[in-house]
Design a protein around this ligand. Structure first.
Ligand code: TXA
Ligand code: MG
Length: 338
């Protein structure tokens, strides 16, 4: 039986006890909800994979309450890693570091690196502190579904499969953390997220971004960064390039008489799209609102029973890169224009 409870101090304390006893607790972070287990307890970690239906080849992120806990999971911490952790933790930056032998191979899919971050959310920090252990936590959705940004989303996916969901309201960022590989001469973003390329470059100098299509190739250090992921049920089409807006409008006009079409749209485009016959989910007016709203929007449009979801990219500056990445993974089809 899964319980869903408000994240009060008493409920956080019971949640910590569940984690200590090897159970599974979904909890809020600033990015998305995580599904936590004691990272040093292999049996507990195995439960995460079962609950999510996640393949074991997809490694997990270990969450800490503070930088001081790092030696428990990382064998060495380079100068660069320390600088980044000091600059961006607590926050949406995941660092890949050489792993301690104490971390079960199941957490890292047998890799020699462990992914670590300190989340910037009071409930998450209090829970990890109270549990007294590093907490392994992927996003709290069924494998292949969109990441949950509210406790209700977690409930839809994982009720009956986990012990407890702590409800701490909607996630502030709404997209998963940036995953940064420090094993290459130049730091490399494996998954863009809340800590943007520009923010990292202000601290590190030039940073590279692993191209979407290369992630699926064999032998790359991120086996879990599957190309198709985070998908809604409806077919989804992404429009890219300068004429993305016009191309989306034309596609809508062609399809709206034969299919129920949903659109994820920025506020300034929403009215015209509604006029044109689409079911519109309003994302907001700036990149941070758009990032926050995208997963909730996909779930909402699925709930409206649309057959097709249309969306466009918003460039690659700042959060635009992460938005494009998630939309590309969710979309079955990308239509480019220049
Ligand atoms: O914001 C987030 O990162 C959320 C919250 C809950 O913290 N967590 C999250 O976890 O998104 P998950 O499991 O859905 O995504 C973790 C990503 C996966 O794509 C995985 O492949 C990658 O991190 N990863 C984990 N360990 C890795 C490693 N040792 N090397 C390369 N990639 C790794
Ligand atoms: Mg995930």
């Amino acid at each position: 039986m899964t319980k869903m409870l408000p994240a009060s101090p008493a409920n956080i304390a019971s949640a910590a006890k569940i984690l200590q006893d090897g159970g599974l607790v979904a909890f809020p972070t600033e990015t998305v909800y995580g599904l936590g287990a004691n990272a040093l307890d292999e049996k507990a970690v195995a439960g995460i994979f079962t609950a999510k239906g996640r393949p074991a080849a997809d490694p997990l992120i270990v969450h800490l309450a503070s930088l001081e806990q790092l030696p428990r999971v990382a064998r060495t911490v380079s100068e660069t890693a320390r600088t980044l952790a000091t600059a961006f933790w607590p926050g949406p930056l995941t660092l890949l570091l050489p792993k301690q032998p104490a971390v079960p191979g199941l957490v890292t899919s047998g890799l020699d690196t462990v992914a670590v971050r300190v989340p910037n959310h009071p409930v998450a920090l209090e829970l990890i502190r109270a549990a007294g252990q590093p907490i392994a936590a992927p996003s709290a959705n069924l494998f292949g579904h969109t990441s949950p940004t509210t406790a209700q989303h977690v409930w839809q996916d994982l009720q009956g499969r986990i012990d407890l969901i702590l409800d701490g309201g909607a996630a502030a960022i709404g997209m998963e953390s940036t995953v940064l590989d420090l094993s290459t001469p130049q730091a490399r973003i494996l998954r863009p997220g809340g800590i943007t390329r520009e923010m990292l470059e202000a601290v590190l100098g030039p940073v590279t971004v692993l191209e979407q299509k290369r992630k699926a190739e064999k032998g790359l250090p991120a086996p879990g960064l599957l190309e198709k992921h985070y998908a809604p049920r409806a077919e989804m089409v992404l429009f890219t390039g300068e004429k993305a807006g016009e191309a989306l409008n034309a596609y809508l006009a062609e399809n709206r008489l034969v299919r129920k079409v949903g659109v994820l749209a920025a506020d300034d485009e929403a009215g015209a799209l509604e006029q044109a016959g689409a079911v519109v989910y309003r994302l907001g007016g700036d990149l941070s609102s758009i990032a926050r709203a995208i997963y909730a929007g996909m779930r909402w449009l699925d709930g409206q029973g649309v057959d097709l979801i249309l969306c466009r990219e918003y460039g690659e500056r700042g959060l635009g890169l992460a938005i494009r990445d998630r939309l590309t993974r969710a979309a079955g089809k990308v239509i480019g224009s220049s």
